[in-house]
Design a protein around this ligand. Structure first.
Ligand code: ADP
Length: 570
């Protein structure tokens, strides 16, 4: 080789090395990896470095927004064929090996020597075709440059593809993350909403429960519930406060510990039969209060059914009826008292009507007796008239004794009750009835009732009738006494021979000791309005009770009437 040729070759190789360095430096400008920039800078560099008239680049799988085909034609800038046209022209060889390509082709009316170069080992990235009109194209150095350029393009585009794939994956990841975040946020807010709602529901439930608790605890009764087997499961606060036991101790059958032992068998029977019948029921029992006292309760229970009508629970309420029961007992006592007073009053009325009936024959006796006396006093005595009036006197006397017989019969028939009578109590009751009369007469009353008096057996009302009679007689005997204290002393006590006695002592007018037995005769009276039957009836009542009634004059003023009855009650 000539030295000039050698010099030119060295210069060309020098240029080629420069170009190669330039090509190798290209990737540094592709840092952002945009395929558009990569391919454009490649094509421009190639056109500039190698004296080409055509560069065509085709990408099998373009990345991002890069075009599928690009073309640079004629350095002079003249309009050349569009990339698609070149693509159509090269179509027959696109899949062929570069070795099989024709050496020359007419592109855009220009005959060109062409150099195809695959991008990627098997052209999977695409194809680069360089073309030049000049002779001798491609020289070795130009082949080298195009081949290196194609390699660079392959590496660049693969990098871009990876980058783009990474970006796509990153974007997809971002999108999914964003989507998932949005879903989570939505789920979170839904969860928060549900937790709000749930809290509201819980608060409403708690408020309802508080309300129910308050309602149940404000019910004025002991409220409870049991299972179907009769074992308890709930007690309201009133109940627990009343029995003074914790709820745990009352559960199951624990509640029966508060029931009075004598009431328990009856209550258990009632509870058993209510549950067997499955309907509303009630029972009475005494329940022990925390202080140990028992109070009477009315237990009412109702079944609670499920939708199918089966009993699933029992609800009950125990109402304290102790006060009501006591009031009822008092009412019963009052009614008995009323009945007794009514009988006493009836007795008074009866006495008045007897007096009326007896007064008639008595006044007849008086009239006839005085007529008889007058007839006998005449001279000569009117014996026939006297006999007649005497007969009438006997007739009236008989009528009077008939009345008494009827009266005795009445007391006899009435039958005597045989109850245990507390003489103290009976006396106090009579005093309560007569206290107004006693006070009205200005009498001071002294009571000396024995503390340990045994009961007597008899008819309380009849015995009270006797006591009433003695008290009223004593009060009347003191009515006209002004010179001394009007004092009434009523005493009870044990008598000799195991009897029980009552003594009524007054400071009244008293009586003549010689007449002491006369006082008990029927119709003996020293009073203008008297009937003289009180003591007579009283004695027959006392005798019916196997007792004794007698009178004694006092050492000082006044009289003492004594009553003795056998003690004891079978
Ligand atoms: P009455 O009271 O209607 O007269 P009683 O049979 O009760 O009938 O009494 C008969 C009589 O006995 C009385 O009228 C009275 O003379 C006498 N008597 C009864 N109690 C007393 C007394 N406490 N003190 C004095 N005399 C009495």
């Amino acid at each position: 080789m000539e030295p000039e040729q050698l010099g030119a070759e060295i210069q060309r190789l020098q240029l080629c090395i420069n170009d190669l360095v330039g090509i190798l430096a290209l990737p540094a400008t592709w840092v952002r990896g945009e395929p558009q920039t990569i391919v454009q800078s490649l094509l421009d560099s190639l056109m500039r470095m190698v004296d080409l008239d055509l560069v065509y680049l085709r990408m099998t799988d373009p990345v991002g927004d890069a075009p599928c085909e690009l073309v640079r034609f004629d350095r002079s800038g003249r309009d050349g064929p569009r990339p698609q046209e070149v693509g159509r022209l090269l179509a027959p060889w696109l899949d062929a090996d570069p070795q099989a390509w024709p050496a020359r082709l007419a592109v855009g009316g220009t005959d060109l020597a062409i150099l195809p170069q695959r991008l990627g080992l098997h052209g999977e990235i695409g194809l680069l075709v360089a073309g030049a009109t000049r002779k001798g194209f491609p020289r070795e150095t130009e082949r080298l440059l195009v081949s290196v350029m194609a390699n660079q393009a392959t590496v660049g585009l693969q990098g871009a593809r990876h980058l783009s794939e990474q970006k796509r994956v990153a974007e997809e990841l971002d999108r999914r993350v964003a989507q998932r975040t949005a879903e989570l946020a939505a789920a979170n807010s839904e969860l928060r909403r549900q937790m709000a709602e749930r809290r509201q529901a819980e608060e409403a439930l708690a408020a309802n429960e508080r309300n129910l608790d308050q309602t149940i605890n404000s019910i004025p009764g002991l409220v409870w519930s049991t299972r179907t087997d009769g074992t308890a499961e709930f007690f309201n606060q009133h109940y627990l406060d009343y029995v003074g036991r914790p709820s745990d101790a009352m559960q199951g059958w624990g509640w029966i510990a508060a029931v009075h032992p004598n009431d328990l068998p009856g209550l258990m029977d009632a509870w058993q039969s209510i549950r067997a019948q499955g309907c509303t029921g009630e029972a009475e029992a005494r329940l022990r209060r925390v202080d140990g006292t028992y109070r009477r309760f009315l237990l009412r229970v109702n079944p609670f059914h499920d939708e199918g009508g089966a009993v699933v629970r029992w609800f009950g309420i125990n109402t304290d009826i102790e006060d009501w029961k006591e009031a009822q007992d008092e009412l019963r006592d009052t009614q008995a008292e009323l009945a007794r007073v009514t009988r006493v009053m009836t007795m008074g009325q009866l006495t008045a009507s007897i007096a009326h009936e007896i007064n008639q024959p008595l006044s007849g006796i008086m009239t006839n007796a005085s007529t008889c006396l007058r007839m006998l006093a005449t001279d000569p005595p009117n014996v026939a008239g006297a006999l007649e009036t005497a007969r009438r006197t006997i007739r009236d006397g008989k009528r009077a004794s008939d009345v008494i017989a009827r009266l005795r019969e009445l007391f006899g028939k009435r039958g005597t009750a045989a109850e245990a009578v507390d003489l103290n109590r009976a006396t106090e009751e009579v005093i309560a009835l007569t206290s107004t009369e006693i006070q009205r007469c200005g009498v001071s009353l002294r009571m000396e009732l024995a503390g340990d008096l045994p009961p007597v057996t008899g008819d309380r009302v009849q015995l009270q009738q006797v006591i009433l009679n003695l008290i009223l007689n004593a009060t009347e005997a003191m009515r006209d006494v002004d010179e001394r204290l009007r004092e009434l002393r009523i005493a009870t006590g044990r008598m000799e021979a195991g009897g029980v006695g009552l003594t009524v002592t007054d400071s009244g007018v008293g009586f003549d000791p010689a007449t002491v037995e006369t006082l008990f005769n029927p119709f003996y009276t020293t009073k203008s309005d008297g009937m003289g039957i009180g003591l007579s009836v009283s004695r027959s009542i006392v005798q019916n009770h196997q007792g004794r009634l007698w009178a004694e004059p006092n050492e000082g003023a006044g009289a003492t009437f004594r009553l003795s009855l056998p003690a004891g009650h079978p």
